[in-house]
Write a protein that binds this ligand. Sequence first.
Ligand code: HEC
Ligand code: HEC
Length: 297
Amino acid sequence: MAQLAQSKVKLILIGSFSVLILMVLLLFLPPSVSGSAALSESEEAIERGKYLVIAGGCISCHRGEDEEESFIGGLALVSDFGTFYAPNITPDMETGIGSWQAKDFLLALQHGRKPGGSFYYPAFPYRAYAGLRDQDVLDIGSYLMSLEPQNNAVPEAQTPIWLNRWAMAGWNLLADMAEADAETFEDELVARGAYVARNLGHCSECHTPRNTLGILDASREFAGATLGEEVIEAINAEALSEWTTNNFDIFLFIGLKPDGDFAGGDMNDVIEHNTSKISDEDRDALAAFFTRHNQSE
Ligand code: HEC
Ligand code: HEC
């Protein structure tokens, strides 16, 4: 009897150990993305991609320090977790993404994974881009690959010793668990606004508070946050209770608030490079999404 019990324990141990190994492997193995995906070189795909790159606010981080219109990278993003440098995302073979294929864009933007399997730091807002449709990511890739290759080497991220790239496997898992369930909207304009705000425009990256690990607090979406010294206002239903869709539209276009103040700080960048340049339809969609709580009243 005792022997039987012993082998049972052994089996359970072996079983749990295998599950553990499997979990660890799953954590580190690159996620599967569509293997048949391809980057189109059509004018149409490149134009769509160009627009998505504007709506995605990519240039705010990836512009050159002196060359503000290019994607050569080099800007230092200083945070509580270290200093991160936005890389060169022109198709330069040596210092950029010249060798990238369709699947590399899907892995990077939707999963935060490097071509070799390693991890990006979430200073790159891939958690927001994770919700982008495959075709949108591929069109972004088509556009970036159509740019003039420019040579510009960017420094490696400087992080405290305990914060290495492989630790991001655990961080991603915790962030997955903290994520809110996807919400669906009946109103098409509001649904588009949610996509532009939550995914492309990554408004949460600045406007939603984080826990000590830097993971967004989904239960307090858009409740305001601090970024270093900067105080970032809340843009949830309560904070925007007085804003009409028209107020919101004007703010996204020129930065003027209903009380006559103008936007300051990092929001200026967002307005200049992103929300003032998107289509009227997408600005209306953002306005409809953020003021949706006011409309039913
Ligand atoms: C808030 C700043 C920020 C924004 C906005 C941003 N990125 Fe990045 N991006 C980064 C940082 C920082 C890294 C590098 C992270 C690291 O070192 O792990 C990065 C990495 C990348 C890489 C990997 C490049 C390489 O050589 O490995 C690609 C591709 C990329 N971003 C594309 C985009 C696109 C496309 C957009 C817009 C849809 C975008 N990024 C928006 C900061 C940003
Ligand atoms: C890089 C960080 C950053 C991102 C990304 C960002 N914001 Fe902001 N936002 C700010 C800061 C900082 C302020 C405060 C500006 C000020 O002091 O006037 C602000 C202010 C605002 C305000 C004014 C709130 C008030 O009550 O005065 C609105 C509305 C707003 N943002 C909307 C958005 C939307 C919509 C997006 C996404 C498309 C977005 N923000 C993305 C940093 C950001």
